[in-house]
Design a protein around this ligand. Structure first.
Ligand SMILES: C[S@@+](CC[C@H](N)C(=O)[O-])C[C@H]1O[C@@H](n2cnc3c(N)ncnc32)[C@H](O)[C@@H]1O
Length: 288
């Protein structure tokens, strides 16, 4: 067992002043590990960001250096640390009504048709981060449906990052986030009693529409579909073409014909897909 692993097994040292030097070889090792585990490509120019995020794990584990952390990751005892490494290296930036044209499309174009059909409605937020995206979806759906209880509507919200998922599920946010929303959509996000420290909680009527689950997009998925809408926004930017193409094929297989795929503002299909047609800003419809 390496010194790092044995120190973890017994007594973590106080994180006085850890050495956060990240060597070229360790950077390559971390990048390869994160690509293998999550499909995320860490490029060389992200070295400073990677070092900062690894330093947090070094500190949490009471290790002396990033080098020691990398050595630990090479031992069999590190299996339980891998999810923490991934949690540390994911980028979780998100917002309520981010790229709001997607939610206007959902509210005004898609939902009225689905409501008329009166069937089951299924929506997947495939990299939901801290929950702003699925709660915005729930609020937009609720606006379109009103409080009717005869609709079978469920939202699945998944992410690889277990820490961020726990935050998403709690549904607690700084009140000021909502004050900054455009006045016409602000009332759609229903809130309930203060959570303390300037926080508010998403109302139960929206929270109960969503199931939060951990799911790694590069592993197998348990869901059978079909989904009427899949939101996969601002995560393809971290993947290479091969990973994107394979995930995209699986999204198409899970989308109902006539269903919609929403990508992030700077994302596009890795290549044209025979069953997808672009119908709006980063909105694709499954045609057949
Ligand atoms: C920048 S956030 C995007 C959040 C939201 N979709 C939005 O557009 O505002 C990217 C999210 O993708 C998640 N992610 C990264 N790799 C993933 C993977 N292999 N499987 C599932 N989620 C992943 C990260 O944990 C992070 O929460």
């Amino acid at each position: 067992m390496s010194r790092a692993a044995s120190s973890l097994a017994f007594a973590p040292r106080p994180p006085a002043s850890a050495d956060v030097t990240l060597t070229r070889d360790d950077m390559k090792f971390i990048a390869a590990l994160v690509y293998e585990q999550a499909g995320i490509v860490i490029r060389e120019h992200k070295e400073a960001m990677t070092r900062g995020r690894l330093a947090r794990r070094v500190k949490a584990l009471g290790l002396a250096s990033v080098a020691e952390y990398c050595a630990f990751l090479k031992t069999p005892q590190a299996a339980g640390e891998l999810p923490e490494l991934i949690n540390a290296l994911t980028t979780n930036h998100t917002a309520f009504f981010r790229e709001r044209h997607h939610f206007d499309h959902l509210r005004k174009d898609v939902m009225p048709k689905l409501i008329q059909k009166r069937g089951r409605i299924r929506i997947w937020s495939a990299a939901c981060s801290s929950g702003e995206e699925p709660y915005t979806i729930a609020a937009s759906c609720r606006d379109a449906t009103g409080p009717r209880g005869d609709l079978d509507l469920r939202i699945l919200a998944t992410d690889i990052d277990t820490d961020i998922l726990a935050r998403a599920e709690a549904g607690l946010y700084p009140a000021e986030l909502f004050e900054r929303l455009p006045a016409d959509v602000r009332p759609l996000i229903k809130l309930e009693g203060a959570g303390g420290r300037g926080e508010v909680r998403i109302a139960e009527e929206l929270r109960r529409m969503i199931a939060f689950k951990r799911l790694n997009l590069i592993e197998t998925w348990p869901m059978k579909g079909p989904f009427d809408m899949i939101f996969c926004r601002n995560v393809f930017i971290y993947f290479d073409t091969q990973t994107k193409a394979s995930i995209l094929d699986r999204f198409v297989a899970l989308l109902a014909p006539g269903g919609f795929l929403y990508l992030g503002h700077s994302e596009s299909l890795p290549q044209p897909h025979p069953k997808l047609r672009l119908i709006g800003r980063t909105i694709y419809e499954r045609t057949a």
